[in-house]
Design a protein. Structure first.
Length: 370
């Protein structure tokens, strides 16, 4: 397809309740949307690295500026028959996977709409619906957390992920495990600990968690391998894996037994699919992570989660969990059994509402082919 026009929007989406993790607190989600046009068709991508470089070295602003100054001027007016060709055009630029995934995910949505196919079918999805998991950040009190977990259990969520940070870890987990002895839990440490915390992880090891997500610094694959040798609970890597090369090294070192795959963190849907295939071939189960994307990115992630080796419920959530009003119609809603249905229409069913996108945007750039 020839890319006739690209628009990039930097948006701020106010959260109903602050998102508190090991790296801090976000009152809003800062995200970058990419609208890509070819002839009469348009597709939308989204990439969400947050406001500050806390989750990743990238931020919503670095993603916007890179797309504005470097990537989109190079892509507009060119033709790309595959997303791989588009990524090849950006391959000379080092790193910055979140920035690259903006136009890459838009390309996939546009391609699906142009060929009249649901996005999942193009990506190789084999399911018609995917399991959503529940996920709770740090709360104001144990009672508040227990009440939310009870709600998730009653609603039928098959697993619950708990964010931990210093002061909200072992004591909280013991209280939760005592209240819910058989429910599936895992924790996400968001790189907040070191090997000096081995005693803590040994204690956590006795609580029967499904996995411990990203316990250590994101660059420390060796330390993750060392920790995995000392505990039984599988380690899941998230922040550490931004490419296939990272995962090859992690497997060689024995740094993880689970993989969280986010299309933004790894540089797009094509690489997310390749990582899924690589993990499957290595016998490492994986699941789809999220960055509290709007209905645009959430809709793309649902299609990705339809691939066969995404066996653990995904971090995919209804819009109403986090936002008073999403950017799309319909917004993200659960169907039977805490699942999301894959698209039956070209692309995804979640259409951005231009007025809402405009109202939430604080930066906007437009590129037209000559
Ligand atoms: Mg994580």
């Amino acid at each position: 397809m020839r890319i006739d026009r690209i628009e990039v929007f930097q948006v701020k989406l106010p959260l109903i309740y602050p998102w508190k993790t090991a790296y801090g607190e976000d009152a809003d989600i800062h995200s970058v949307l990419v609208r890509m046009v070819s002839g009469e068709h348009e597709g939308w991508g989204e990439t969400t690295p947050f406001f500050a470089p806390t989750y990743s070295p990238e931020t919503a602003s670095t993603v916007f500026i890179l797309n504005q100054e470097v990537f989109c001027p190079l892509l507009v007016g060119k033709s790309f028959d595959t997303a791989g060709e588009l990524l090849d055009a950006l391959a000379v630029f080092k790193g910055n996977p979140f920035a690259k995934s903006g136009p890459e995910t838009a390309w996939w949505d546009l391609q699906a709409r142009m060929v009249g196919q649901p996005l999942g079918r193009l990506l190789g999805a084999t399911r018609t619906r995917v399991d959503a998991g529940s996920d709770f950040g740090v709360q104001d009190s144990f009672d508040m957390l227990l009440e939310k977990i009870q709600g998730a259990v009653d609603a039928g969520f098959k697993r619950t992920k708990l964010k931990v940070r210093r002061g909200w870890d072992l004591d909280m987990l013991k209280v939760v495990r005592a209240a819910f002895p058989t429910h599936t839990f895992h924790i996400d440490c968001n790189s907040g600990y070191t090997l000096d915390d081995l005693a803590l992880f040994k204690a956590v090891d006795k609580l029967g968690l499904a996995m411990i997500e990203q316990p250590l610094f994101h660059r420390d694959l060796h330390d993750h391998a060392e920790l995995q040798r000392r505990i039984e609970t599988p380690i899941c890597l998230d922040e550490s894996i931004t490419s296939i090369r990272d995962m090859e090294l992690a497997v060689e070192l024995g740094s993880c037994r689970y993989l969280n795959i986010k299309m933004g963190r790894v540089g797009g849907l094509s690489i997310a699919v390749a990582l899924h295939d690589f993990a499957r071939d290595e016998g490492i189960p994986c699941w789809v992570g999220g960055m509290l994307e709007s209905g645009i990115g959430g809709g793309l992630a649902i299609e990705l989660a339809g691939l066969s080796s995404f066996t653990y419920p995904a971090d995919l959530f209804p819009s109403s969990f986090f936002y008073r009003e999403d950017l799309t119609e319909p917004d993200l809603r659960l169907s039977t059994g805490c699942t999301f249905e894959l698209s039956k229409v070209p692309g995804t069913p979640y259409q951005p509402i231009p007025e809402r996108v405009a109202a939430r945007s604080y930066r906007h750039a437009v590129f037209e082919a000559a």
